[in-house]
Design a binder for this molecule. Structure first.
Ligand code: GLN
Length: 264
């Protein structure tokens, strides 16, 4: 099988979730006086739009895979989720959580050692890898092919860090959000763009003049983040994720946004 024809299979497999093996030693009581929320009666979520299918605007509503998962937590706490759209930099640096802008950050955010110093993550809920988006028919299938070319990266992301280390000789062009990055690729302002596989495969579905030409096996896992030390809320999130995985709600949400069953 050529690297190219393997891509759709990889894309499906890449979304496997790793909640299996969670022991449920955590308390199952709902809510509880130990969980305090930044706005009473609400679970306030920081995210950065657009990042479909994890979070994006649909009419007046913000919808997506992450939105549905956090709704499960909110309903367990008997509150409504309220979403704040804010730059990814403040989310991934821990600033938004530490200044009590939000209770949780759910933004297709990869668990990394650097981020772990500034915020706390739930257990992983989704697997991802970096991928390359180009206009269809362009000869960019590796980072080496981008030597001397413009490569779009999204500010503050693991894709940007990966490109800084690996795309030697490419000119990195920074974009503030995914929407700007993908349209720069589509309109030919840049030769290619790097971002997580899930969002790029979602984009090419509706944009057949573009394609995903490579995946880079970065082995990333998404986590929902809370302020450092907010163990009560983190444990509640872990418990809800584990329960949802066990009782099929996770799979239902997964199928709704990805059209297939999760591979594990
Ligand atoms: N998963 C990537 C990261 O955590 C991108 C997240 C995003 O842009 N919302 O850096």
């Amino acid at each position: 099988m050529s690297a190219r024809s393997a891509l759709p299979a990889i894309a499906t497999a890449a979304a496997a979730v790793l909640l299996i093996g969670c022991t449920s030693t955590e308390p199952s009581a709902s809510g509880g006086p130990d969980i305090s929320l930044v706005k009473s009666g609400k679970l306030t979520t920081c995210t950065h739009l657009p990042y479909p299918p994890f979070q994006s605007r649909q009419g007046k509503k913000i919808v997506g895979f992450d939105v549905d998962l956090v709704d499960l937590v909110a309903s367990e706490l008997k509150v409504k989720q309220e979403i704040v759209d804010t730059p990814f930099e403040g989310i991934q640096s821990g600033e938004d959580l530490n200044t009590s802008t939000c209770d949780v950050a759910a933004a297709g955010m990869t668990i990394t050692a650097v981020r772990e110093k500034n915020l706390d993550f739930s257990r992983p809920y989704f697997e991802a890898t970096q991928a390359l988006l180009t206009r269809k028919g362009k000869p960019y299938r590796t980072l080496a092919d981008l030597k001397g070319k413009r490569l779009a990266v999204q500010q503050g992301t693991t894709g940007e860090t990966y490109a800084q280390k690996r795309a030697v000789g490419a000119t990195l062009v920074q974009f503030e959000d995914l929407g700007l990055l993908v349209s720069a690729v589509k309109t030919g302002q840049v030769a290619a763009g790097i971002n997580d596989n899930g969002v790029l495969y979602d984009f090419v579905k509706d944009n057949p003049d573009t394609e995903v030409t490579a995946e880079f096996s970065t082995g990333e896992k998404y986590g929902i983040a809370v302020r450092t030390g907010n163990d009560a809320l983190r444990k509640k999130i872990n418990q809800v994720l584990a329960d949802a995985k066990k009782d099929g709600r996770y799979d239902t949400i997964y199928r709704k946004w990805f059209g297939t069953a999760p591979s594990s």
